[in-house]
Design a binder for this molecule. Sequence first.
Ligand SMILES: Nc1ncnc2c1ncn2[C@@H]1O[C@H](COP(=O)(O)OP(=O)(O)OP(=O)(O)O)[C@@H](O)[C@H]1O
Length: 636
Amino acid sequence: MFSSHSVRQSADVRVALDDLAESNEIAQDPVAEPAVTRFDQIESINPLTQRSLSKIFKYQDMSVVQAAVLSRLPNENDMFVKAKTGTGKTLAFLVAALETSLAGKSKEDLRHCEGTSILVISPTRELAYQIAEEAKKLTKFYPFGVHCLVGGDSKRRQIQQLERGRCDIVVATPGRLNDMLSSVRHLKRACENLKVLVLDEADQLLDMGFKQELQRILTHLPEKRQTMLYSATISKEIRKNLGDFALSREHDIIDTVGKDEVNTHMHVKQSALVAPYENQLQHLQNLLETHEAANSGKVIVFLPTTKQTMLYAQLLKYLLPKRMIHEIHSRKSQDQRSRIASRFRKSNDGILVTSDVSARGVDYPGVSLVVQVGVPSTREQYIHRLGRTGRAGREGEGVIVLAPFETEFLKNEISDLPVTKLESSTLDEEKVGVNERAINYAVQSMDEDAIREVYTGYLGYYASRMPQLGKPRSQAIQQANQFLEGVGITELPYLSARFKQQLGLDDRAPPRSRSSNDRFGDRRRSNHNDRFGDRRRSNDRFDDFRRRPSNDRFGDDRRSNGRFGDDRRSNDRFGDDRRSNDRFDDRGFNNKRFGDRQDKDRFSFGGGDRRRNSDRFGSGDRQRFNRDDKDDSGRF
Ligand SMILES: Nc1ncnc2c1ncn2[C@@H]1O[C@H](COP(=O)(O)OP(=O)(O)OP(=O)(O)O)[C@@H](O)[C@H]1O
């Protein structure tokens, strides 16, 4: 829980945008120390809001950022607010926005006022839902309507709900909001008198290429309004573009992370475990088992790409058959994502295996360990992922698991953070053998499309990360091979020269720019039946796999039984039938493994993408790598 003395770290400063772009740091020496530490000390907060803070939230003390923002109410200045993860930024901006929108209104006005006065934009759907829930709780004693407009949910239903009731607060993701503002007159009109715009996770909104959408959204909003940007991090590049983000030239900056302070919580222990791919999974398993034995809290495991997330979720289900493994990424439907998120939120000791869809803002109380497998896309992303633990002052731990070639990340990007190196434990030979067999069971039912997608997803991600790791891009191939071999896949997908060139993986040739005639790569020249580009031996469906000796690591040729192998899992090797009941319905597989093609999250995770098969390995793949974890407004 937040303690009132921490309010002392608060710093604030008012600067012009030009100065900001020039400066290296936003953080300033503290210039003000709010004299207040409790919500009820702030007179400008409306009694109805106070009532919900004490009765619904049951909060008395403010967090650092809440004290810094709310102690200067009433305040209609634009502001940029930076505060560490899990320190209550959501409530800080909701209370502040509510007060601005209530300014000058009588009780009678509240009953009759129409239109949307607060608009909050979030980069991900999960976060939008979470903020909307918080807003509903906060406005419990007001006659207000709160709406959540996100992609992946029925637009028609959202429109009906908008038309049916009041719409005072809208929380939305940029894609759906932009779409609805231009096509739903009711919403457009409702926003004409908007008072406050909040951009949560502001730097991610820009990072994710939402800038144009945001600019279009702004054209529908009144110029006279308060704009607030919140985030736990802000990169230099984004900082320079803050002005494009709709802030007025002069705005308040409230930075609660002191100048000489690191951006992560000191109460969250951080360590790095470096292990080669061939035994990384075993170390991960040990880590999770040790953590369970010590305090059995909830765990989040982050992977860099969607396909790696799906693979690891599957493998961990086999390696830790007694643990509840949840899985969230962009290939899940929004319904599934919400259901799984809610189940994980309620669980006491589950493991959530996820892509960066869960990296920011999402609040799962009780997460005591965050594991990041592989280098994150940026330093900022490392901080946000880590921030899923140690929230609201609670204890937590973070471990980043890296292959040896990734260690530059520790030196180059997070050397200022207190990360200690973990000695990798000695692996128990007998256990290794059992695990290898479990892994073998897990991967044997993957078809070659699924394997290819893991492989190309890996390549797409690491091709762009290699230069930051001080390595040539081409090394991504070698590492991708080792990665697959590390999870027992010994027949490696073939890569066409064109594909390598497109990703810049061929050191001898510069990356090709894609002309419109080149859309399908060299697939055009290939046999129509040849799904994999310039695979010329197309009669042999497996010939794009490099044949390995048949006495491979697991002693059998998994794919030789046909594409889907045999269904060994139906004779559950773990002797119980847990998978047949609902407990595992968020698992990628079930008994009707290959029957229902609508289930796009099935284990053979080519399933959901099968629609794109015709595009496989032409230029479409390249586009997919770039947005591998980025779909629509939930873009992960
Ligand atoms: N004053 C308070 N007292 C106790 N708990 C609080 C208080 N304010 C917020 N919390 C709780 O702290 C947790 C983190 O809050 P929140 O999600 O708003 O953090 P955040 O700063 O937005 O995090 P992130 O940077 O990850 O988005 C939530 O569980 C929230 O309910």
